[in-house]
Write a protein that binds this ligand. Structure first.
Ligand code: UDP
Ligand code: MN
Length: 599
């Protein structure tokens, strides 16, 4: 059927001309009015932005920053420091084993050392509201090394605008090796005057309840919880307060830079989102593509990283603070994060705010309590049984002992959830962390392939990680196992649903350079493809690294040297051909489905 437009014919009627003229005049007047109104609106807008500008303020302390720029000496400007006297070797080893970091070196670095300004350049020109709410900083500590805690306090004192610093609440969680004798505390009070309040707990409360005790004492509008081993960077606080000022149901956290445990070097971190896997490990998720476009503006964060965050005091209490049934340490950041999102709030990571955090040596295990009961599992069970709904099963499938662990009385926490009319965990996952479900599905899909990787050209040789730990180049070829499908653990490779090549201990094969003959490395799996993305081509038998065409390289055997390296893919090259112990052909058929760079 053809749709025919009706043809309108105009006929000039002489008698109607004056009416036409009148109409024209009316149109002209209306048009004029419209323009005038538009101009007036523009003027009001200009006026308003002037008013807004007048309410904004550059909170930088430029005088302090330029004083800092002049500083030099051990660890100054966040540079790695070395001990003046190498004879201290043994003492360093002992301090590493007591504290998990080089405490001796820490004592040689000034408490007021300068830090590098590692913020995005545009943060330096950012202004915030003139009348931001003032903060109570709550710092809990248990057996921390004095030099580190003192440096935290000095950096906070020097880099926080005093009008925004309501108080610092310094909670000693019943330290058994009291680092702070009365005289040191007196010195602190002299330096920080009435702004420093010391709360000494008379029993070991553990991190969670110690923080609640500190919060009970606080009288500022905003609570800022920090670890005792942080260093505040320039202008760290105003960017955290601004989003709370705009919407009090917001919790904000800074980017956490790393203070190296051995050298005290200040190392820049990148924006990230927090998440968890189904063993309740904290994991990092990439910033979403649309959020990357607006960096360094604040972006949504599903889970607070550890314990550095700001929240309006009223909102914190409205949410029922932390669950006081959680003991010592563990899962508290999950409880608070789920609660904030599910009960009407939001969490933002604020890239213009930065704090350094001293991460202890990875091999060091801190012992906060002599308790022998499995309190961490109990914490997990409490959080799961109150907040996870049907997703509890996923957690219990990964940590089976949780099924029989007693969570204690959680009725009050469930009642709180009812009372606050909180949303479901499914809503939280699907709306706030949809990528978490993809990266960490409750039930992991099977591997694309698994078993030994056997060289086709030398079938007695298989890729072996030996007994090596992660973070080093590997690539040895060793005698193959009798059964390629069930090899020794060091020869067991899984091409997982994440499309990485993982060993059973959670380390992955990756590349770190794209030159010819580049080595392969063993590294903790990061679950984000890129340099850990692998594909096994059943036809050509090539083992290909790299998601995009330009990045692709292939694993090549050097039979004489019994080593492997990466080179340009060539399916005619026999040294590049591999047998995989077992290939799941059904899974392989959809290997590239849903990928950015599907073939
Ligand atoms: N903390 C505490 N009591 C405890 C355990 C920890 O006061 O029972 C303090 C600790 O001194 C630190 C903060 O809580 O200031 C966070 O602990 P930690 O740094 O071990 O946590 P992580 O950084 O490993 O998440
Ligand atoms: Mn810490």
């Amino acid at each position: 059927m053809r749709i025919v437009l009706p043809v309108v014919r105009f006929k000039l009627n002489k008698r109607r001309i004056p009416i036409g003229l009148l109409l024209l005049c009316l149109i002209f007047i209306a048009f004029h009015q419209l323009i005038a109104r538009k101009n007036a609106a523009k003027e009001t807008h200009r006026q308003r932005s002037k008013e807004v500008d007048a309410q904004l303020r550059d909170w930088h302390d430029y005088a302090a920053m330029s004083r800092d720029a002049e500083r030099n000496g051990a660890g100054e400007q966040g540079q790695p420091a070395v001990l003046a006297n190498m004879e201290y070797k043994e003492a360093v080893a002992s301090s590493l084993s007591i504290y998990g970091f080089n405490a001796l070196l820490s004592e040689q670095i000034s408490l007021e050392r300068a830090l590098p300004d590692v913020r995005h350049l545009s943060c330096r020109a950012q202004t915030y509201h003139r009348h931001l709410p003032a903060a109570s900083i709550i710092l809990v500590h248990h057996n921390e090394h004095p030099s580190v805690v003192l440096r935290a306090l000095h950096s906070l004192w020097n880099r926080t605008p005093h009008e925004l610093l309501h108080e610092i609440i310094f909670v000693d969680d019943y330290s058994t090796q009291p680092p702070f004798g009365a005289s040191l505390e007196q010195q602190l009070i002299v330096k920080f005057s009435t702004k420093l309040k010391i709360l000494k707990l008379t029993a070991h409360f553990g991190l969670i309840r110690a923080r609640i005790a500190g919060a009970r004492m606080a009288t500022g509008a905003v609570l800022v919880f920090l670890d005792a081993h942080v260093e505040a960077a320039y202008n760290w606080l105003p960017p955290l307060l601004q989003p709370i000022f705009e919407n009090p149901r917001t919790s904000t956290s800074p980017i956490i830079d790393t203070i190296n445990y051995n050298t005290f070097e200040y190392v820049r971190s990148s924006p990230t989102r927090g998440g968890f896997d189904w063993s309740f490990n904290y994991v990092q998720l990439p910033v979403l593509a649309e959020e990357r476009m607006t960096l360094p503006a604040p972006h949504n964060n599903p889970v607070i990283n550890g314990g550095l965050f700001a929240i309006e005091a009223k909102f914190f209490w409205h949410l029922g603070a932390y669950d006081e049934g959680l003991a010592v340490w563990g899962a508290e950041q999950f409880e608070l994060s789920f609660k904030i999102w599910m009960c009407g709030g939001r969490i933002l990571e604020v890239p213009c705010s930065r704090l350094g955090h001293l991460y202890r040596d990875g091999a060091f295990h801190i012992k906060y309590t002599n308790r022998t009961d499995d309190f961490i599992s109990k914490n997990y069970k409490r959080v799961a049984s109150v907040w996870l709904d049907e997703y509890q099963d996923a957690l219990y499938a990964h940590i089976p002992k949780l099924v029989v662990i007693d969570a204690g009385d959680v009725s009050a926490r469930r009642a709180l959830r009812e009372e606050l009319k909180c949303k479901t965990f499914k809503w939280y996952l699907e709306t706030i962390a949809p990528d978490l479900l993809q990266a960490y599905p409750p039930i992991e899909p099977p591997d694309y392939a698994f078993g030994a990787l056997q060289s086709v050209v030398a079938p007695d040789l298989c890729l072996d990680s030996l007994q090596l730990s992660a973070r080093q180049p590997i690539g040895d070829l060793r005698s193959c196992p009798p059964d390629l499908k069930h090899p020794y653990i060091t020869q067991h490779w899984q091409l997982t649903f994440r499309r990485d090549l993982r060993q059973p201990n959670g380390n992955c094969l990756e590349v770190q350079s794209w030159a010819q003959d580049a080595p392969v490395w063993l590294w903790p799996c990061h679950h984000q493809g890129g340099n850990q993305f692998w594909y096994y081509d059943q036809q050509t038998q090539l083992l290909v690294q790299g998601e995009t065409e330009v990045e692709r390289m292939c694993l090549e055997a050097n039979v004489t040297a019994r080593r492997v390296s990466m080179n340009d893919c060539d399916f005619a090259n026999l040294n590049m051909k591999w047998n995989f112990g077992f290939v799941n052909k059904t899974m392989m058929a959809t290997f590239f489905k849903g990928l950015r760079t599907s073939e």
